[in-house]
Design a protein around this ligand. Structure first.
Ligand SMILES: C[S@@+](CC[C@H](N)C(=O)[O-])C[C@H]1O[C@@H](n2cnc3c(N)ncnc32)[C@H](O)[C@@H]1O
Length: 201
């Protein structure tokens, strides 16, 4: 994995992020991409809920070539609450799907469907890192958060994107309610990543 730069400048926190060798937009900042890779063990397993063009997933897959990254998405029309980012990505879900296929590294795979459907079809595999960035309304985020622990390895990490972003206040509400009600702690934040671990007893 590349080492992060010694000193971060503002560019590492800016959106949108595009890469000349990848199609579409990463909805995460460079700083967030490094953080995701750092929470994924070298030979670990990551599950990304909501992948869009798969740019974030491809970057993490490049940082962690010996890890396995599974992404899922329902490929619905892009959320227009965030015009700034949507205007840089493909609102057309079929284009995002095509981008994903073109961007994917060898250590990536894709499931088309919801987290509930994914768990029903493969109830056995457990992940070191579950990254939630799918539906952004309260119910969707909260339900994904409730499902995540059953797919998480012991000691694993759940990370939810867009926490404390005023555009996505329902994401913040869902994360806060989840850590209030479930045995998980919000241990830190990086950019808009809410990083959660099972509470130690
Ligand atoms: C913000 S984008 C994901 C960005 C991606 N994680 C990245 O960093 O580049 C959200 C994606 O979630 C998908 N989505 C929306 N609701 C979903 C759900 N309930 N389950 C899975 N994916 C969902 C949308 O189709 C969209 O492509």
């Amino acid at each position: 994995m590349q080492t992060p730069p010694d000193s971060w400048d503002d560019a590492y926190d800016k959106l949108p992020v595009t890469y000349s060798h990848l199609k579409g937009l990463a909805w995460t900042t460079v700083r967030e991409q490094y953080a995701l890779a750092n929470f994924l063990p070298k030979q670990g397993m990551m599950l990304e809920v909501g992948t869009a063009s798969g740019v974030t997933a491809a970057i993490v897959a490049t940082y962690r070539p010996d890890a396995r990254i599974v992404s899922l998405d329902i490929f619905e029309p892009a959320a227009h609450a965030d015009e700034d980012r949507v205007s840089h990505d493909d609102a057309d879900p079929l284009k995002r799907f095509g981008n994903w296929a073109d961007n994917a590294r060898k250590n990536q795979s894709l499931f088309v469907g919801t987290l509930m459907q994914f768990r029903r079809l493969q109830p056995v595999v457990r992940f070191d890192l579950i990254f939630i960035d799918g539906g952004h309304n309260f119910e969707s985020v909260y339900n994904d958060l409730l499902l995540a622990p059953s797919l998480l390895k012991e000691g694993g990490t759940i990370i939810c994107h867009d926490y404390n972003d005023p555009t996505w206040f329902q994401v913040t509400d869902a994360v806060n309610q989840f850590v209030q009600e479930q045995p998980f702690d919000l241990v830190s934040t990086v950019g808009s990543l809410a990083i959660m671990k099972a509470r130690s007893i």
